[in-house]
Design a protein around this ligand. Structure first.
Ligand code: PLP
Length: 609
């Protein structure tokens, strides 16, 4: 995994220069420089960096690709896209998406009442709002209010009941009526690990019979002129394009049939989201089998073909890909707090004047290791430690001897793995599994990488500096929650190697990439670790700007958000401390102010310098 597979997953967004990860645009600042600038203001704990230029890049390439395919295929409809808010609703992300999509009239998709309110308050005029998901009368009324307020909004119904409610609201009020879309239930199924949205047993969508029933209802209630869109969504992270093609054939034919049945206002086909993101650091492991160009060209070609065969004019094409738009824009940077096997650091060796012969022997082996003898000496060392442990059990050597033996063997293994790094025998691989270093990161996997915990989704991870040195330690990553699931284990088939850093002398930062989609929205406050500090980074020609600094919730805010009366709680702590005995008034008041300081900080650790 040379360079941590950067060329595999980073889409040239990041690169390595002078041993550091740089943001590969304009002034190309290094992530370390950005991190240090932020940390200079006494920021500790994990940080989320947002790069709006990467959102813009994705939106532009999506439109460019479809516009190109439309031209190539002399397709008559146009291309439109919306951002599904469920992917990430954080304010600085939504603002960046709206800003980046302004010229292209990139819209927003809402799947709940709160998201609809968010969309209505942030959308640019002319850009589209689409509404999916289950709706009650209130949510449907909200869509009428949006239409009345001048928004270009399409309410996609998931069932006949919703259509009946739309009819009801339209009769009860004089509000403008939103456009109506129908989500179709396809028999063609999705692909990828999230493929639960398509298929006949899907949670969403109308069957053929229900679609016919819906058109009758629309016609009867004079609403056919509002029926403008059909919609489907086959699932997230599509790894294969063929289910999309099957779905398009099916949905395309439904569209054409409906046009022939008199749905004259129908002019849009919304193909949902699902464009995949490459999370793989390992070149060998399978990634999605299509490019954006192939995707857009297949969609445009197929729809054109179906419509031409039935003599129907080409529909506009809508997409709702979210992961593809925002995954790459954010990077999580976490300080490493500890390397656990520093417990076996050479410095801790405390040899006696006279040591048991096997310990002396181990020391000799350690000192005279060379690339040539390392495998042989390694075997000797492994033999010796077995004998030494037996000697300890039998009472022949003491605890100090045993400690020295463990330190020596540990360091012999470490050094010989280093010296033999090009030899990959099964034995050495096995040893690496046992010798993996555990890197404790100042972050919570549950908060910042929930899909790793929930779906075993890997995110590209790498140090942001020291990249001119070869990383030698097989690594597992532990977070600071008290949960044993808060661990990214060492994977012998796709091993992660990190650097052997003396954290007393210098800091070490790991970055997790492609974390911009779903992770922040799904992140949970396990152990009461909340969303990290976040910063938006604008790269300029000469430098970079840090804007929108947003602090992680402090401890009192976290408790308040759970419903505690935080001021009452703080008062109690202060009261108990003030009444305590046996310290001077001076020390008491100093301790009180310490307590105040602590509760107004976030809950991440502050141990790194
Ligand atoms: C979740 C969802 C999307 C976005 O899917 P991505 O995989 O993020 O592209 C689009 N449309 C609908 C209806 C969804 O539910």
């Amino acid at each position: 995994m040379k360079n941590y597979g950067l060329e595999n997953w980073s889409e040239n967004n990041f690169a390595i220069k002078d041993g550091e990860v740089i943001v590969n645009t304009k002034s190309q600042p290094s992530l370390l420089k950005i991190t240090n600038t932020i940390r200079a203001k006494d920021v500790r704990g994990p940080i989320v960096l947002r790069f709006p230029h990467l959102i813009k890049k994705q939106i532009q390439s999506l439109y460019k690709s479809f516009d190109y395919s439309i031209k190539e295929n002399s397709y008559k409809g146009s291309f439109k896209a919306v951002f599904p808010l469920k992917v990430n609703q954080f304010p600085h992300l939504v603002q960046a998406v709206v800003e980046a999509g302004k010229e292209l009239k990139y819209g927003l998709e809402a799947g709940s009442k709160a998201e609809l309110i968010l969309a209505m308050s942030h959308i640019h005029s002319e850009a589209h709002i689409t509404v999916n998901g289950f709706k009650d009368k209130e949510m449907i009324t909200l869509a009428f209010i949006a239409a009345q307020s001048g928004h270009n909004i399409t309410l996609t119904i998931e069932g006949l009941g919703e259509l009946k409610t739309i009819i009801e609201v339209s009769k009860e009020s004089n509000l403008s009526i939103p456009n109506i879309g129908i989500r179709v239930r396809l028999h063609a199924t999705g692909s990828g690990s999230w493929a639960k949205s398509g298929g006949m047993d899907a949670k969403f969508g109308l069957t053929a019979t229900e679609i016919l029933e819906a058109t009758k209802l629309l016609k009867k209630n004079d609403l056919l002129e509002k029926f403008t869109m059909i919609h489907f969504h086959i699932g997230s992270q599509m790894d294969d394009i063929s289910p999309m093609k099957r779905s398009l054939r099916e949905a395309g034919n439904i569209y054409a049939e409906l046009k022939m049945l008199g749905a004259s206002a129908l002019s849009n086909i919304n193909i949902g989201g699902g464009l995949a993101v490459n999370y793989s650091q390992d070149r060998q492991s399978a990634i999605h089998n299509y490019t954006l160009e192939e995707f857009s060209s297949s969609v445009v070609f197929l729809l054109g073909e179906i419509m031409d065969a039935k003599g129907i004019s080409h529909p506009n094409i809508f997409t709702e890909s979210g992961r593809f738009i925002v995954a790459s824009h954010s990077v999580l940077i976490t300080p490493v707090l500890e390397l656990f096997s520093q417990d076996y650091h050479e410095n801790l060796l405390d040899l006696k004047k006279s040591n048991p012969p096997l310990v002396t022997e181990l020391h000799e082996l350690y000192r005279s290791l060379t690339p040539k003898n390392s495998v042989e000496y390694l075997h000797d060392a492994l033999d010796h430690i077995e004998s030494l442990l037996t000697l300890f059990d039998l009472g022949y050597i003491d605890l100090q001897d045993r400690s020295n033996a463990e330190i020596l063997v540990h360091n012999i293994i470490k050094k010989s793995l280093f010296l033999t790094k090009d030899i990959h025998t099964d034995e050495l691989k096995q040893l690496q599994v046992h010798m993996q270093e555990r890197y404790l990161i100042n972050a919570s996997i549950f908060q910042s990488l929930p899909d790793y915990w929930g779906l075993e989704q890997n995110f590209p991870v790498m140090p942001i500096h020291h990249l001119a040195q070869v990383p030698l330690r097989g690594a597992s990553i532990w977070d600071i929650t008290c949960d044993s699931d808060g661990e990214i284990g060492f994977n012998p088939t796709a091993p992660l190697y990190l650097h052997d850093i003396d954290l007393k002398k210098e800091e070490y930062f790991l970055a997790f990439f492609n974390t911009g989609a779903y992770q922040e929205a799904l992140g949970m406050s396990h152990n009461l670790f909340t969303h990290p500090n976040e910063y938006t980074i604008e790269i300029t020609n000469n430098s970079f700007r840090i804007i929108n600094a947003e602090e992680s919730k402090n401890i009192l805010e976290i408790l308040s958000s759970l419903g505690y009366d935080s001021q009452k709680l703080l008062k109690k702590l202060k009261h108990d401390l003030s009444r305590s005995e046996f310290i001077t008034e001076k020390e008491k008041s100093a301790t009180l102010s310490k307590l105040e300081t602590y509760v107004y900080q976030n809950g991440y650790l502050r141990t790194t310098t």
